[in-house]
Design a protein around this ligand. Sequence first.
Ligand SMILES: CC(C)(COP(=O)(O)OP(=O)(O)OC[C@H]1O[C@@H](n2cnc3c(N)ncnc32)[C@H](O)[C@@H]1OP(=O)(O)O)[C@@H](O)C(=O)NCCC(=O)NCCS
Length: 209
Amino acid sequence: MILKDIWLDIKAVQERDPAARSALEVFLLYQGVHALIWHRFAHWFYCHKMFFIARLISQIARFFTLIEIHPGAKLGHGILIDHGCGVVIGETAEVGDNCTIYQGVTLGGVGTKKGKRHPTLGNNVMVGAGAKILGAFEVGDNCSIAANAVLLKPLEDNVTAVGIPARPIKKDGVSIPKEKKHVSLEEYEELKQEVEDLKRRLCELEKKE
Ligand SMILES: CC(C)(COP(=O)(O)OP(=O)(O)OC[C@H]1O[C@@H](n2cnc3c(N)ncnc32)[C@H](O)[C@@H]1OP(=O)(O)O)[C@@H](O)C(=O)NCCC(=O)NCCS
């Protein structure tokens, strides 16, 4: 089972990283793949309640790959951790199949309470470089989280979210129109007054010339 997972991780890199050449090169030289291999073993020990060995493996993996995956995290198949440096995946995080995670991504929690506190990513989710997804909520299938976004709320399937805090800008590939700001009656009266003042001053200046 673990060997099959490792093979799918290598295939994922070959399919989705245009720079990848052979399976052997990916196996030997891609630290994202190494982190996933270490994690598959660490997670096995975690599931069999050998928490110290599980944490030890995860710390060794972090030392060699600069990718920190808690042994409790549940990762699917065909995950691509590209470049990888600085990726942090928390204990109760879940990552679906065929997700792509770039360098500097955090799947983290907010606060210190125990229990489910990290996000759950659906299948085919792309998390851009430096993005942070914080909290125990779900991100739907086929979502894209922009580079450097900070996502604090759940997303439906097929949504692209950008910014801090991240907001949906596309659904099913179609742009979501930006919210128009409504002007209150008070603001409208103030603006009207300002325009009248400006008009009056303009007339005065024209008369002086
Ligand atoms: C979010 C992302 C997937 C959007 O891709 P897209 O669907 O092609 O979207 P567009 O390029 O049409 O951009 C749509 C809007 O989002 C904005 N946007 C895109 N990326 C953004 C980002 N990272 N932060 C803030 N706004 C962003 C664009 O400026 C545009 O705004 P506008 O409509 O006001 O002009 C992509 O920009 C991204 O961030 N990918 C991550 C790539 C990455 O991390 N690569 C690492 C390689 S090492």
